[in-house]
Design a protein around this ligand. Structure first.
Ligand code: SF4
Length: 423
């Protein structure tokens, strides 16, 4: 049956996890809209519910299963389609949940739209796009888009399940990334966030370089700002920093995973750098990009509390390293989650949950102090804000280039626009 013959089918989406998952769900959504389906909120009756799952922690696995059960209760007749990392790592468990119709692993993303359409009786379906990497970009927001440029990872850090869930490092071809950026620009998007699992490892499958990608994207008309969602410290090379500092659309905002602040623990976790190297990379970026009267660089740093073997002394040194040496603007704090099948799961010295909780609280306090200090240190500096298109009780908000949130009275003509402000 061709769509349009009979009642228009309804589909709802639920997404957990990272920016990559949001870009992929948004790409599925465009495919179903092109096939004539109507998108509705998941709380409404739909013919299909697509749940894009996350498996980075035990909690996200549980949340994924709960969402699947929830939508099945909303409409027990509907097809429930499950994608994402839980679908890859816990397939049998997911398939056993009542109501689940289709499950797609991480290397089956190209089949999600065509196979689901066939499953609900839509016969005239475009074939699945070929290629080892499912290209994706988000189009849900007017101002910002998440652009998938890379997938998978070859690092196998001791605590991480992502390489098992998303496979080896590979990338969307440079030309296709540029094409997708142009499509986002055509929708009026002004800012693009480059996403991946190990984003800086772009080029593994095509041999193209990450710097060449940045340069090519910098030339896309209509896009005024770029951010790199996350980059490993060893992949943020001096060459890339020098180029970004030479006056490009890439903003003074870097999200860099540290995970822990002692060399013993970094080695135990299979992280391929030392604290000295990490600090020297931060210093290099600051030296290249900061000057009196100019915005300071926003560093967002991932830190995990309670990794196996982390003693109170290790933790105290991690806090000191962050507070006194790195001084980031923000700390993304995660309690270590014991993931079956990872080397860290069977390591001695597992930290009790109560201690993990205490350490998370200490890091969150430190984050609040550092962030307040960062905003204060930028006081009086001129910066550019991309205003979001949401009226928040008569006010509107947006981020500066160096990722400080600014608020002003609602002015509809400014939504999606970039204007200068004094922080
Ligand atoms: S680099 Fe990141 S995604 Fe890759 S294994 Fe390590 S923590 Fe996981």
């Amino acid at each position: 049956m061709r769509m349009g013959e009979g009642k228009r089918k309804k589909i709802a989406f639920l997404t957990l996890g990272c920016k990559l998952n949001y870009a992929e769900t948004s790409t599925y959504e465009r495919g179903f809209l092109e096939a004539g389906l109507e998108v509705v909120p998941w709380s409404r009756q739909a013919d299909v519910y697509l749940v894009n799952t996350c498996s980075v922690t035990a909690t996200s696995d549980a949340k994924s299963r709960n969402l699947i059960r929830k939508v099945h209760r909303v409409n027990p007749e509907a097809a429930v389609v499950v994608t994402g990392c839980s679908a890859q790592l816990r397939r049998a468990e997911i398939e056993a949940i009542p109501g689940v119709s289709l499950v797609f692993g991480c290397d089956e993303k190209s089949y999600v739209v065509p196979d689901t359409l066939r499953f609900i009786g839509v016969t005239e379906v475009a074939p699945a796009p070929a290629g080892s990497v499912f290209a994706a970009w988000s189009s849900g927001e007017r101002t910002r888009s998440f652009l998938k440029v890379q997938d998978g990872c070859d690092n196998f850090c001791s605590y991480c399940t992502v390489p098992y869930a998303r496979g080896g490092s590979r990338n969307v071809p440079l030309a296709e990334c540029v094409e997708n950026a142009r499509k986002a620009a055509a929708l009026g998007v002004k800012e693009i966030v480059l996403t991946g699992v190990n984003t800086g490892d772009f080029g593994r499958s095509t041999g193209e370089s990450f710097l060449d990608l940045l340069k090519a994207l910098d030339g896309v008309d209509g896009i005024e700002r770029y951010r790199i969602s996350s980059i490993e410290p060893n992949l943020l090379t001096e060459e890339i920093v020098d180029w970004i500092a030479s006056g490009t659309k890439f903003q003074p905002h870097f999200h860099i995973p540290l995970q822990t602040g002692t060399d013993e623990q970094l080695a135990a976790m299979g992280r391929n750098y030392t604290t000295d190297f990490f600090a020297s990379r931060i210093d290099y970026v600051r030296k290249a990009m900061e000057a009196p009267g100019r915005p300071l660089v926003f560093f967002g740093i991932d830190v995990m509390a309670g990794l196996p073997g982390e003693t109170p002394e290790h933790f105290a040194r991690t806090v000191a390293f962050l507070r006194d040496r790195v001084r980031p603007a923000f700390i993304h704090v995660f309690p270590y989650s014991r993931r079956p099948g990872t080397p860290a799961a069977s390591m001695p010295g597992q930290v009790p949950e109560a201690v993990k909780k205490e350490r998370v609280a200490v890091l969150e306090d430190l984050c609040a102090q550092l962030h307040a200090g960062f905003v204060e240190a930028n006081r009086g500096v001129r910066e550019r804000v991309l205003w979001e298109s949401t009226d928040r009780d008569g006010f509107m908000e947006g981020y500066t280039g160096n990722y400080i949130r600014i608020r002003r009275p609602w002015e509809p003509s400014l939504s999606g626009q970039i204007t200068e402000v004094t922080i």
